[in-house]
Design a protein around this ligand. Structure first.
Ligand SMILES: *Cc1c(COP(=O)(O)O)cnc(C)c1O
Length: 397
């Protein structure tokens, strides 16, 4: 008689699979089955990677850049990333403080592993990117969620942060521009957050992956530049996925104080070795061939901005929907609480009845909202939002 296999691990049993990837996969399956689905669920640019970046990668492949690279990344790329931070933000870092990882998601995970131990608390403002709480749990630490809803523009205030801090708080996660809300903190707001973090000697992981996607003249702030003291406690995460339409390349970056950068590199050496070698040469071209990259980015930004304004204007016409005009990323996060449905039920019915895919706010720790990604075509946005309006008018009858 054979015994039943032993149960899976605590980690495997406690992890929640990514709800955004799940909704997007369901929408794509319906599309593949011939259904006329309007997808607002994707968390990636709908553009292709700019040509010069692809060419550089192809050249690297042909030149035989097919072996392991140094764990923290190829030297010229680490130098180019350090140069970028100096040029964009005046942040002086040595290439040794830069780690290139297989995706910004992995950069976040290694950062959390580098600073958090079991029993530590990590403050995560909600609405949050779905992976943060799961990563914190995988590190054995405890996520402490603090809801910053649309009444504060989805931005954590210093008072809210102060109230959530305990002697166990080790790390505070800040994501500006934000996924899922598109909110962008001002420099002054971040200075106030930094002051609280410093007073309690907490680390800050600043996820700046949407740094280049801002509108209406809003500018991203590099948290690490807010002062030498807070800079010594800040780990900056970013990557190539969002600004350069390179999601499939899997390239993320961490810039950290030397001891943390060393820890991140050591954790990476035992878990993934390096990010794909020839892909790093594509990333190098993204940073080196500045004019071409700037032109490609400007084109994407113009399309995103046009869609953002259109989607917002259309949402604002729907009775019962309230939506802030976010100034970053490629998401809007309308409030649908007036309809009295849980956001998950709202989204399930929206997909079933109107073939519109959106992600429920509860997935991001904020009940009563939807996340709509406008990284899709103008036609789909127009069609999808008119179906959403029809759905809402059916609910309020
Ligand atoms: C997309 C995203 C990332 C990382 O994406 P990768 O594709 O793994 O580089 C990190 N943080 C946020 C908030 C994101 O939306």
């Amino acid at each position: 008689m054979s015994q039943a296999p032993a149960p899976l691990s605590t980690w495997a049993r406690n992890i929640a699979p990514s709800p955004t990837l799940a909704v997007d996969a369901k929408a794509k399956a319906l599309l593949a089955a011939g259904e006329d689905v309007c997808g607002f669920a994707a968390g990636e640019p709908d553009f292709d990677t700019p040509e010069h970046i692809k060419e550089a990668c192809i050249a690297a492949l042909k030149a035989g850049k097919t072996k392991y690279a140094p764990t923290p990344g190829i030297e010229p790329l680490r130098q180019a990333i350090a140069d970028k931070y100096a040029a964009d933000y005046g942040l002086k870092v040595a290439p040794s403080q830069v780690i290139v990882s297989p995706g910004g998601k992995f950069s976040c995970y290694l950062t959390i592993l580098a600073v958090c131990s079991p029993g530590d608390e990590v403050i995560i403002p909600a609405p949050f990117w779905v992976s943060y709480p799961e990563m914190v749990k995988l590190a054995g630490a405890t996520p402490k969620i603090v809801l910053a809803d649309d009444t504060t523009g989805f931005r954590l205030t210093p008072a809210m942060l102060e109230a959530a801090i305990t002697p166990r708080t080790r790390l505070i996660i800040i994501n500006s521009p934000s996924n899922p809300t598109g909110a962008v903190y001002s420099r002054a707001e971040l200075e106030a957050i930094a002051a609280v973090a410093l007073r309690h000697n907490c680390y800050v992981m600043s996820d700046e992956i949407y740094e280049h996607l801002t509108y209406d003249g809003a500018t991203p702030t590099c948290f690490a530049t807010l002062g030498a003291d807070i800079g010594a406690r800040t780990i900056t995460v970013s990557g190539f996925s969002k600004p350069y339409a390179m999601t499939g390349w899997r390239l993320g970056t961490t810039v950290a104080p030397a001891p943390i950068a060393k820890a991140v590199a050591e954790l990476q050496s035992q878990t993934s070795s390096n990010a794909t070698t020839f892909a790093q040469y594509g990333a190098l071209a993204a940073l080196k061939e500045k004019e071409k990259t700037r032109a490609a980015l400007a084109q994407m930004l113009a399309a995103f901005d046009r869609r953002r304004k259109f989607l917002h204007a259309e949402l604002s016409k729907i009775p019962g929907v309230r939506c802030l005009l976010a100034q970053g990323a490629f998401y809007l996060f309308p409030n649908i609480s007036s309809f009295g449905l849980k956001s998950e039920e709202f989204c399930t019915r929206l997909l079933d009845e109107q073939k519109v895919a959106a992600v429920h706010g509860s997935a991001f720790g904020a009940e009563g909202y939807l996340r709509l990604s406008y990284a899709t075509s103008d036609e789909i946005i127009a069609k999808g939002v008119s179906r959403l309006a029809k759905f809402c008018s059916g609910l309020s009858k």
